[in-house]
Each structure stands twice: as C-alpha cells, then as structure tokens.
Design a protein around this ligand. Structure first.
Ligand code: B12
Ligand code: SF4
Length: 496
C-alpha cells in the first residue's frame, strides 16, 4: 500500500456573509510547511464553499485532517464538521490548532472529535504530527501536542510547549494552495500577510501575551518586499491586509515598507493595526506618505473613553493619544477602525457614557471611520471566567467544550462581575442601540429605502437608539424585552 501523504485543512466559517474576505493564513502557514516537504495539501475554506464530509471523495491517501479555530462560531462550526468525519471516516485522525485550542487545550483534547491539539505556533509541530502519523507512532514526541492517553484512563497529556516561531525560519506562505481569485476586497483581489507576531503591549484583557510572552518575531523587511512582489505580480493583487497585531510599532520599518510600495509603483491599497501612542510618533508627513502608498485603514484598540478604565486594564495609553490619533488620521484622510470594549469588572455607568461619547465623536470626525463595540470576556486563565454562566445554567468551569463555546457572543451570558442593571445596559447598547446610531452617522439620511414596514421599524429603532445614547437614558428597555421574547420563540444566532 502507498504511504498516505495527503493532508486536508478545514477552515471553519466565522460569521454569515463575511466580507471582505481574506486568505486563511492560519492554515496556509502550516499547510505551506507540509507542502514544502512534499505532502499534498488541500485547504477547504468554509467561508467560500460549504463542505460536507461526503464531498471529500477518496480518503485512502488522507493522513489526517487539520482544523483551525478561533473562539466562538469558528470552533463550533469546526466541531460539527469533525463530528461528521468521525461518523463517516472514523479512521482519519483530526488535529486541531489555532487560538481557541491553544487557549483551551485540555477541554479540546477531551472532546471525542479531537485526536490531538497543537497549542501554539504550528509550523514545527505540524511536520512532527505528519511524521508520527505516517510511521504509526503516537504524539508523545510532538512538541506542543496535547492529547488524551487512551491507554492511561484517558489522562490528558501536555507535551512541552512550543517556543514562539522564529519568522526568519518559516517558508513563504504558499497562496497557490487556495483560490486567490476568491479573496476580495472592494479594491480587487486581496491577500492577508503577517510581517510580525507578538505585540509588546501588556493589556490585561488580551490573550496575546499569554501566547508570545511579550516576545516579538519579525519577518525581515527585504523578505516581506520580495514575497509581496512575487504575489502581487502573479495574481494582480490590489489589497493587502497586514494581520500583525502591532504593525506600526517600528516606525522606520513601516515607512521603508511604504516607500518601497511607492517606488515599485504597486498601486495597492493596504491596512494594518497599531497602538495610538506609537502611531502618534508618526509626523503628518509620515501619514501623508502612508496615505500615498495606499494605506486605507488603520485599526486601533481605543478600548474605552474613560482614562480610569484605560489605566485599570493596563493599556498604558492616555485618552489624549486616542483623540489626537482620530483627529490626525481624519486630517490625513486615512480611515480609523476603532475597537472598544465594555463590561470590565470595575466599569461604571459614567465610564460607559464616556466610551459612547468617544465612539460617536470618532464617527463624527470622519463618518467613514468605524467603531466595533465588544463585550468584555475574561481571559481563559482569569479567575472571573470560572463563574460565568448562560441563563441559569452551569458555571463555565463545569462546562464541557461544546457548551463552553456557546458562551462567546451570547446575549444570555451572565456576567457575575457586573450588577444586573449594568449588564442589561451594556447588552442593550451592544446588541441594540449603538450600531444603528453609528450607521446613521455614516449614511446620514440615505438609509431609508426598500420595504416600507422595514423602513419604519429601522426608523423607530434608530430614533430610540439615538434618544437613549444622547440622553444616557436606559430605563424601561422595551426593545430589549421584545427581543428577548422574540428570541425565546424563535432563537437567533446571538442566543438571548
Ligand atoms: C486577522 C485576524 C482576524 C480576521 C480573520 C483572519 C482571516 N483569515 O480572515 C478577522 C478580523 C475576521 C478575525 C475575527 C475574529 N477574531 Co481575530 N485575529 C486576527 C489576527 C490579528 C491575525 C490572525 C492571523 O492571520 N494569523 C496568522 C497565522 C499564521 O498565525 P496564527 O493565527 O497565530 O496561527 C498559528 C497557530 O495558531 C497555529 N495554527 C493555526 N491554525 C492551525 C491549525 C492546525 C491544524 C495546526 C496544527 C496549527 C494551527 O499555527 C499557525 C502558524 O504558527 C489575530 C491576532 C494575531 N496576531 O494572531 C486575531 C485573533 C486570532 N482574533 C481573535 C478574536 C477574539 C477574533 C474574534 C472572535 C473577534 C470577535 N469578537 O468576533 C473573531 C472570530 C470570529 C469567530 N467567532 O469565529 C483573538 C483570538 C482569541 C481566541 N482565543 O480565539 C486574536 C488572538 C486577537 C486577540 N489578541 O485577542 N480575526
Ligand atoms: S496593544 Fe493590542 S495586541 Fe497588544 S497587548 Fe494590547 S490589546 Fe493586545
């Protein structure tokens, strides 16, 4: 019998109708390593085509299936697929990797649809997995592997952890492994590219440092340019989404990259993420250079409009840094995409009001700016997480993996570190009031088209949202109650 040398990576869906859609770099990173060593690699991106296990065809040459997942919907979708593989192709091992299994390795490893978890950067481990399975060995020599020892009462084995990957050692991402034509932004064909890992920040709510231990790993600048040049030419790429958590940390490096985009006359658009304090070290001329080189969006964690909260989450940023950045980017005509979080343990109504004011102010500075408002979730090693529950259900610490995964983004999530009133207000703002108001500022009057009943409903919802947020009045939450009742009768994605 021929040795099995095909590996299939399954990249689950994250949300409905995701757009723009960027390349699944998580599986491309590990797939490219295997491909460079002669394995045949297939990538099934569920955001493009929904795959049923029966579509997999002949599985005789299939060594294993790899699934990548972030917390929430992606993990849930991945598990559904893994269960169907278990039923139809029980002999195929399923290996999990990515941020969700990395943060909850024991819980994943205990699940019957998980044969092994790779916790951490997967480039080295994936080869060790392929070699182990190819030669009939178990995972005991795979660094970073977490798995159930079936011969030892199902004990979970945690192999020694993986170091942060040295990005000078990784092979070039092989975008030929996906259909690049299908990854699009408004400007055209798009790819996602990571030039660094890690961040250097110390924000208490962020899981990045648990993973990278404050270390950064960097792809040499010359290599970034060579690789981008190769793919831009090959596929006529029009948009690059840099997926570094902190692209703008090293100003000289970024300015040199932007200068090179201009010198080579690539005519691309691009976006990246940075911290407000570091971005303010760029001069207006620097912003102008970034704009000319195609910089369209800068993402930043504004987190809160309250200095007290910024201090308590160790953001190590002054509120003035955030407002200064918003003003300067508006002047430079670079759009800002601010991420904000609400529901921190010591957050008061006054802090929350300041955040809403900052969100609305940011939007008014440039209506094309975007604000994403998130609800605070404790990190998996945080004591707060143990006691959270959904409705009157079990505590997080007693939940099995599948139940645990329903917690994220669920309106029925109980947040015991907040008063009931504060929890209701935050959910009302997150699920009902803020988005229609922000959209309205962007579209200012152009929104009312289509079905008259839908127009009327959205008009009412918007008016109520605007009244509440402008007057900071959250009493008598009729919409909130109505949504809860409706979702009890007809459950929606957000739970309620
Ligand atoms: C870009 C990005 C996105 C993009 C999606 C990327 C895409 N392909 O389209 C968008 C914006 C859509 C997104 C969405 C979300 N994201 Co996001 N995202 C990122 C970001 C910035 C980069 C990811 C990336 O491209 N990495 C590049 C690859 C090469 O590296 P990697 O992901 O670390 O993968 C390595 C290992 O994890 C491992 N690995 C990965 N998959 C597999 C599979 C196998 C089989 C193996 C063996 C190994 C393995 O090997 C890889 C190479 O070493 C990261 C932060 C970061 N810097 O990593 C956050 C991050 C992953 N996202 C995060 C979060 C929270 C989310 C959301 C849940 C946010 C939200 N509230 O909705 C959603 C997910 C929606 C859902 N429920 O499914 C968290 C993860 C938290 C967690 N514990 O899962 C991160 C870490 C940000 C943070 N600091 O909190 N995200
Ligand atoms: S600056 Fe951003 S990526 Fe860095 S630790 Fe803080 S939240 Fe995480």
């Amino acid at each position: 019998m021929k040795p099995k040398n095909r590996v299939l990576f399954y990249y689950p869906k994250m949300m409905e109708n995701q757009y723009p859609l960027y390349t699944p770099n998580e599986v491309l990173a590990v797939g490219s390593v295997l491909h460079s060593k002669g394995y045949k690699v297939d990538i099934l991106d569920q955001r493009l085509i929904k795959t049923d296990v029966r579509d997999l065809g002949d599985s005789r040459d299939l060594l294993f299936i790899g699934i990548s997942a972030k917390i929430g919907r992606q993990s849930r979708d991945g598990l559904e697929f893994a269960k169907s593989v278990n039923l139809e192709l029980p002999e195929i091992p399923i290996i999990w990797g990515g941020w969700a299994p990395t943060r909850h390795p024991g819980e994943f490893a205990r699940h019957p649809s998980v044969d092994c978890v790779i916790a951490g950067d997967g480039e080295d481990a994936i080869l060790q997995v392929a070699e182990a399975l190819g030669s009939g060995r178990d995972f005991s020599r795979v660094q970073g592997a977490v798995y159930e020892d079936t011969e030892n009462d199902g004990k979970i084995i945690f192999n020694p952890p993986l170091p942060v990957m040295d990005l000078t050692r990784t092979p070039m991402l092989n975008y030929d492994l996906v259909h690049l034509d299908r990854y699009m932004d408004k400007s055209g064909r798009a790819l996602s590219y990571q030039t660094t890992r890690g961040c250097g920040g110390k924000c208490s709510f962020c899981c990045l440092n648990d993973q990278y231990n404050h270390k950064r790993s960097i792809v040499p600048r010359e290599r970034v340019i060579d690789e981008l040049a190769f793919w831009i030419k090959k596929y006529d790429i029009k948009f690059i989404s840099f997926s570094d958590s902190n692209l703008f940390a090293n100003r000289n490096r970024v300015l040199k990259l932007a200068g090179e985009f201009l010198r080579r006359d690539w005519k691309i658009k691009w976006e990246g993420t940075g911290r407000a304090d570091q971005l303010n070290n760029y001069s207006d001329e620097h912003f102008e250079l970034l704009k000319r080189s195609g910089c369209q969006w800068i993402y930043t964690g504004l987190e809160s409009g309250s200095q007290r909260i910024l201090d308590s989450i160790q953001k190590r940023i002054q509120l003035d840094d955030c407002t200064e950045l918003v003003s300067r980017l508006s002047k430079a005509d670079i759009r800002l995409w601010g991420h904000m979080i609400s529901g921190f343990p010591d957050e008061t109504l006054t802090d929350l009001s300041k955040s809403i004011d900052l969100a609305l102010w940011t939007k008014r500075q440039n209506p094309k700016n975007k604000i994403t408002f998130n609800i605070f979730m404790p990190r998996s090693n945080d004591n707060l997480i143990k006691d959270i529950r959904i409705g009157s259900g079990r505590k997080f610490k007693d939940m099995e993996l599948e139940e645990m995964l329903t917690v994220f983004g669920n309106a029925r999530l109980r947040m015991p570190w907040l008063s009931q009133k504060m929890e209701r207000i935050i959910k009302g703002i997150y699920f009902i009031y803020l988005q229609p108001y922000l959209d309205y500022i962007e579209a200012e009057g152009k929104m009312d088209k289509g079905n008259p009943l839908a127009v009327f409903k959205s008009f009412i919802r918007r008016r109520i949202s605007m009244y509440r947020l402008d007057h900071k009045y959250y009493g008598f939450p009729v919409l909130y109650w109505l949504l809860r009742i409706r979702n009890r009768i007809k459950p929606s994605g957000h739970g309620w």
